[in-house]
Ligand binder design. Sequence first.
Ligand code: NDP
Length: 284
Amino acid sequence: ARVTVSVPGSADAGGLITASRDPESIRGAKVLVTGASTGIGEQMAYHYARLGAQIVITARRESVLKEVAERCLELGAQKALYVPGDMGTMADPESVVKFAVQALGGLDYLVLNHIGPSPYEMWNRDIEHVRWLMQVNFFSYLQMTTSALPHLEDSGGAIIVVSSLLGKMCNPFVAPYSATKFSLNGFFGTLQHELAMQRKNVSITICVLGLIDTENAMEKIKDYSSLHHIASTASDAALHIISAGATRQKESFFPFYVYFITLFRDWFAFFRDLTIQNSYHYEP
Ligand code: NDP
């Protein structure tokens, strides 16, 4: 018997309608998840495992990946393999995709989720850091997409890009990070059009997330903001991302109110900026 679950938050309808997802569609799917040693990526690996997918996970720390992969097998993954890779290098993005395609015998989902560490502070004029972060958070996504596209075309597969409200709206303390996320939205939004115009059967889902309670995110904001109270759980965010990708939504917002923020953000720009600037504890 097939089970259908309801997943709130659809992209095309701006998070207002309910999309259905058939968990059977994930069973046996060949999935590569990046940034899967911690946070949302780790939770995505566990959800894919519970749904019976065949998974390759990647990040830099091999020992942590090994533990996550073992847990994935316990949770029901048909396969769970790991490959360490540093997305700040030129070679690793491509070689990680090659490993996954070879190990799984193809690819159905490329889940681009990793981010490099970046200080949460006023712009400190360090251009080299921005260059490096662009490689990790942006260029490596393009490199992996380039390597994976032929295989995704063969399978009618999907690319999932994990982005942020900070790729849609400007906030203080995150200039380099925000630049990489705006770049992702611009690039993959354009690619969505081009794949559709070329009648390619590969979907791209851009996930626009609000604050999520991962250790790294909570550690960053703790001195500046009391917003941690409103953070959603990494597990819920992960499940939402998987659902949005499986239902081939173009843009998906989590939690739902993120959609309304992006909708209203330019209506009252003066008050928006006043609210943003006054919502942080900062003494010059
Ligand atoms: P984490 O910081 O918890 O995890 C980042 C992951 O990326 C880790 O697995 C890390 O593993 C890996 N990573 C870091 N540097 C590299 C590198 N050079 N090469 C390869 N992998 C690397 O992130 P989150 O789970 O918080 O975020 C996941 C996604 O969600 C990101 O795209 C983020 O922008 C987005 N998001 C998160 C929000 C939040 O509030 N948490 C809000 C909005 C969006 P390792 O150190 O082992 O390499």
